[in-house]
Design a protein around this ligand. Structure first.
Ligand SMILES: [Zn+2]
Length: 194
């Protein structure tokens, strides 16, 4: 059975059995926080549980490496919607050790794309059109730098209020242990430490 067919079969039972009824529901995040983190599969269940976040508690924005690479891209737009439409009052950027974006080399990604049938001329066309494929597909050396970069991207954004706390953390993808790199309460103007 394909993954999709398997998922749909499970889903029919899930809905029929009203399994959803045991999961808390809330469109507006109850704890008024938004978490920017990595798409790493190890964090799917581990991170919310390690943070005591349940369904309906928080908004999650996931990108490879918890990186926000463009001030007017999709991740930043999600943050804007969280802050101005959904009651988010605090943001946590959480990178993790052993991230797939550490040491990501663009030439390797582009080589694999070609192995999968993307013609080299297409890459040349994109580069010719001024698209910096190498820069776009470059990872980072240290997760701490990536977290600091994303935190700054949010804090310095012209449409984000200066008093919104933006924290930077790193999580251990095995134990779920959190380490604070940047305490957003100290950086924001009008809110003190708890
Ligand atoms: Zn990662």
């Amino acid at each position: 059975m394909s993954f999709l067919a398997e998922t749909l079969a499970f889903n029919r039972e899930f809905v029929q059995n009203r399994s959803y009824a045991e999961i808390p529901q809330s469109k507006y995040p109850k704890k008024k926080v938004l978490v920017v983190t990595c798409m790493d599969a190890r964090l799917v269940e581990l991170l919310p549980r390690a943070m005591n976040l349940h369904n309906g508690d928080a908004k999650f924005v996931k990108t490879a490496g918890a990186l926000i690479s463009h001030p007017f891209g999709g991740a930043m737009r999600s943050i804007m919607v969280g802050v101005y439409q959904l009651g988010v009052e605090e943001i946590l950027v959480i990178g993790h050790h052993d991230c797939g974006m550490i040491g990501l080399r663009p030439e390797l990604v582009l080589e694999r794309a070609q192995t999968r049938g993307i013609p080299p001329e297409r890459l040349d066309t994109l580069k010719g059109a001024g698209i910096d494929l190498e820069g776009w597909l470059t990872g980072f050396d240290r997760v701490e730098e990536a977290v600091a970069h994303s935190v700054e991207m949010i804090r310095q954004h012209p449409l984000i209020p200066r008093d919104l706390p933006v924290h930077g953390l790193v999580v251990d993808p095995t134990t779920g242990q959190l380490e604070v790199l940047i305490d957003g309460y100290n950086m924001s103007r009008s809110r003190g430490a708890p």
